[in-house]
Structures are given as structure tokens and as C-alpha cells.
Design a protein around this ligand. Structure first.
Ligand code: SAM
Length: 220
């Protein structure tokens, strides 16, 4: 009988093949990261057997870990440069997306508004030896200007509109991937910074939990 760890490894390979590559994610670095990160270590114990299923799962305080395909798609859209990249993530949640980014970027800065989630995620990421990650508790709608400009900014909660602070913190040629729209449903968008403006691209319809903060939704 295979050990439990082996069972998860098989499930993870299937997840990448059937949910991610089959839907068109092609970047080999993204597929490799998705094959490597043990998603079952980022979900609450009671959901462990569903860790590689094709959907989001609850992680506490009304928040979710995103569907694996969406994590892979958003990561691919960022087009993280192969060397020396610095990435900002807004909405650490479980830390799963952070771990995927940490396989592709030299440094990942991530902000979570719920202190309990940030603490858990930080512990998981360090247990996995991902020491290129910096976790902070705070309002991510304001970004993390001390380490800007970033090669990419990934927002994993839904904004009513693009937070202006983030526009100032991405480098020219860099990308911001963000769900924008109503509380119930949004469009995943990819904004690329050009010399004088941003090129804005609509990707697919999505449904994320709200981005709550000074340049996002109000709480409640
Ligand atoms: N990327 C996460 C993962 O892999 O588990 C999933 C994130 S979950 C869909 C969205 C997260 O954004 C929640 O944990 C929520 O608390 C957080 N969030 C919402 N508004 C925020 C804000 N202004 N700043 C930082 N985090 C925020």
C-alpha cells in the first residue's frame, strides 16, 4: 500500500495534468511549481483529502484557498522574469499561492489583513524552507512601498476597482493580476505597465472574496 505522502504526490500530478495543463496553462516553470508545492499542507486537516480537488476550500475566518487552476493561471499571467524577480502578493490566506510564487521569484512579499492567517502561513512557508518569503499583517490595498518597484503584483481578493497605490509600485514592463468587479462576481484582469500608461486585458470571469481596505471594499 502506498504511503500517504505518495498518495498526495499522485493526486498532485493528476491535478496538474487534468485541471491545469488540460485548461491551457503552458509555462513549464508554473507547471513545475504546481507539481512541487504540497497543497495538502495548506488546507485545514478536515479538508486534507480534498486538497487536490478542482475548487476552492475554506481556510477559516470566512476566507478560502483558491482553486488550483486559478492559482496557476494567475501565476502564469504575471510572467515572472527568470532571474532576480521581486513579487508582491496581496492576500496571503493559507500561503499556498505564496509558495508557488516563491518557486519562481527571488523574493516574495505578501500581505494579509487577518493576523491569524498570516501567522499560520508564515509558519508553513518556513517549515517548507521557503526563506525568500516575507509575510506582513496589514492593508494590502496600500501595497508595500518600501520594496517597490515589483516585477509583478498579484491580488488574490476582489477589488471594486484598481487600488491606485498598486499602480505606482509595479515597474515599467511589470504586470498586475487582479480580480475587479462586484462583490458577487468579477473579471480577472491583467494590467501591464507601459512607459506612460497601462495596457488592460480582461481574462476570465471569477468569484473571489472581497479585498477589504482603504483602497478596496469597506468591511462588513
Ligand atoms: N492566496 C490565498 C491562498 O493561496 O490561500 C488565497 C487568498 S483568499 C482568496 C483572499 C485573502 O485576501 C484572504 O485571506 C483575505 O483575508 C485577504 N485580504 C482581503 N483584503 C485584504 C487586504 N486589504 N490586505 C491584505 N489581505 C487581504
Amino acid at each position: 500500500m502506498p504511503a500517504k505522502g505518495d498518495t498526495f504526490a499522485e493526486a498532485r500530478q493528476r491535478m496538474v495534468q487534468e485541471q491545469i495543463a488540460a485548461r491551457g496553462v503552458r509555462d513549464p516553470r508554473v507547471l513545475e511549481a504546481m507539481r512541487s508545492v504540497p497543497r495538502h499542507l495548506f488546507v485545514p486537516d478536515e479538508y486534507r483529502e480534498w486538497a487536490y480537488s478542482d475548487g476552492p476550500l475554506p481556510i477559516g475566518v470566512g476566507q478560502t484557498i483558491s482553486q488550483p487552476y486559478i492559482v496557476a493561471l494567475m501565476t502564469e499571467l504575471l510572467e515572472i522574469p527568470p532571474k532576480g524577480a521581486r513579487v508582491l502578493e496581496i492576500g496571503t490566506g493559507s500561503g499556498y499561492q505564496t509558495a508557488v510564487l516563491a518557486h519562481l521569484a527571488d523574493e516574495v512579499f505578501t500581505i494579509e489583513r487577518h493576523a491569524a492567517l498570516a501567522a499560520q502561513a508564515n509558519a508553513r512557508l518556513h517549515r517548507l524552507g521557503l526563506d525568500n518569503v516575507h509575510v506582513r499583517v496589514g492593508d494590502g490595498t496600500l501595497g508595500w512601498p518600501e520594496h517597490a518597484p515589483y516585477d509583478g503584483i498579484l491580488v488574490t481578493a476582489a477589488a471594486p476597482e484598481m487600488p491606485p497605490a498598486l499602480l505606482e509600485q509595479v515597474r515599467i514592463g511589470g504586470r498586475i493580476v487582479i480580480p475587479i468587479g462586484r462583490r458577487g462576481g468579477q473579471t480577472l484582469e491583467c494590467w501591464t505597465r507601459r512607459e506612460d500608461d497601462f495596457e488592460r486585458q480582461a481574462i476570465i470571469p471569477v468569484a473571489f472574496v472581497p479585498l477589504v481596505g482603504e483602497q478596496g471594499w469597506s468591511a462588513g
